[in-house]
Design a protein around this ligand. Structure first.
Ligand SMILES: [Zn+2]
Length: 390
């Protein structure tokens, strides 16, 4: 099974310089290869495959002396990552690959030859970098990705194969449906409501003040640079708090349940609605669902995404009667057919659970028993259990 852990590393000034150059070279190679792929695609209707990209990157090394600075394998990974990014795009899992910017998070990957030593990690061309190994690394190291955030902190994400097989999935046990929302972060079919943490509001004023200060600083000045790092620090704090909240809640849900059903939100599409965009991207449902997925898979539990076109809010969980419209601000409603009073989100969570169980039960797999629910082929494909490890 593959598992990844992230460690903080502390490169020396010389190592930082080497990393800066390597980040730059890999970014240059990525942007150039992406541009070339775009042009080729426009001209022929086909992109470039991994080997064609690799060839182009090899050419760059002959052309520019400074492209010899990074570890050669790091440049090879760029070709692999770019071709994978295109495959993910064409198979509908990811957005179109983007050009990399000097001003965002920087990273490079070492596909081999990194080893763990006492108090550090040994990298090719860079030697030993001091690392805080807060958790033992057990198993064979596959890839190590070194990154630097906007605050100038360095991290190494270590992907390890522990040699064990992924446990077989079983659906025997408690099933839960989760409705993700904005008023509450998550509502489960067993009636728990988890509030959206309020830390953001607390940090928001701080962020606003610092951003205001940043806008007043003169471009290119030392003070501006200092304030920029402070702003990055607040963003950093917010994302770490959010990650911590997601880790704790997903751990709890996976511990207590065997089958976990979540609505496939296609968050990206919802973010395009600019009224909700800020709130949605701040709560981070995507990260939360990813954690639920891998934590469930590690333990042989089932994580399932239910087609988002399935009307989970508008269907009565008791009699399956479907109401025509249910505006977003209606939190409670009464089913006209069976007279049940519903909490909007709790009803949705129960429907998500039942729909998940229906998909899992082999006898009814192909039958949509809810009247008036049409299922397109895309939806059905998306609702299958994913077996990939990660
Ligand atoms: Zn009803």
């Amino acid at each position: 099974m593959l598992k990844a852990s992230k460690y903080r590393i502390y490169p020396t000034a010389k190592q930082r310089q080497h990393l800066a150059q390597s980040f730059g070279c890999c970014r240059f190679a990525w942007n150039l290869a992406l541009n070339l792929t775009n042009e080729t695609y426009k001209a022929t209707g086909f992109g470039l495959n991994r080997f064609a990209i690799q060839k182009e990157i090899a050419k760059l090394k002959k052309e520019y002396e400074w492209m010899k600075e990074p570890y050669s394998q790091c440049l090879q990974v760029v070709a692999l990552n770019l071709s994978r990014a295109f495959i993910n795009f064409f198979e509908g899992r990811a957005a179109y690959p983007q050009f990399k910017s000097k001003h965002r998070k920087q990273s490079i990957s070492y596909p081999q030859n990194v080893s763990i030593v006492e108090n550090g990690m040994k990298f090719p061309k860079m030697g030993i970098v001091y690392a805080k190994l807060h958790r033992p690394i057990e198993g064979k190291i596959k890839t190590v990705t070194v990154s630097m955030n906007a605050k100038g902190q360095y991290f190494a994400s270590v992907l390890v194969d522990d040699g064990k097989d992924t446990p077989e999935q079983s659906t025997e046990g408690k099933a839960i449906g989760i409705d993700l929302g904005l008023t509450h972060f998550a509502i489960t079919s067993d009636g728990s409501k988890f509030d959206n943490p309020r830390w953001l509001r607390k940090h928001e004023r701080n962020l606003k003040n610092k951003q205001k200060r940043l806008s007043r600083r003169q471009k290119g000045s030392n003070n501006r640079n200092k304030t920029r790092k402070q702003v990055a620090g607040v963003h950093n704090k917010i994302s770490r708090c959010r990650e911590d909240f997601h880790h704790k809640l997903s751990r709890r849900i996976v511990n207590e349940n065997q089958v976990i059903c979540v609505e496939d939100l296609a968050v990206k599409n919802m973010v395009k609605n600019h009224c909700l965009a800020k709130a949605i991207s701040q709560v981070g449902w995507g990260q939360f669902c990813t954690m639920l997925k891998y934590k469930a898979e590690w333990e042989g539990k089932v994580y399932l995404e239910v087609n988002r076109f399935f009307p989970s809010s508008k269907t009565c969980n008791v009699c399956l009667n479907q109401v025509k419209s249910l505006p977003l601000d209606v939190r409670f409603w009464r089913c006209k057919k069976c007279q049940t009073n519903h909490d909007r989100d709790l009803n949705a969570a129960k429907n998500i659970r039942d729909e998940g169980l229906r998909i899992l039960s082999p006898r009814t797999r192909e039958i949509a028993y809810r009247p008036g629910v049409s299922r397109d082929s895309r939806g059905r494909k998306k609702s299958t259990i994913s077996h990939s490890a990660g």
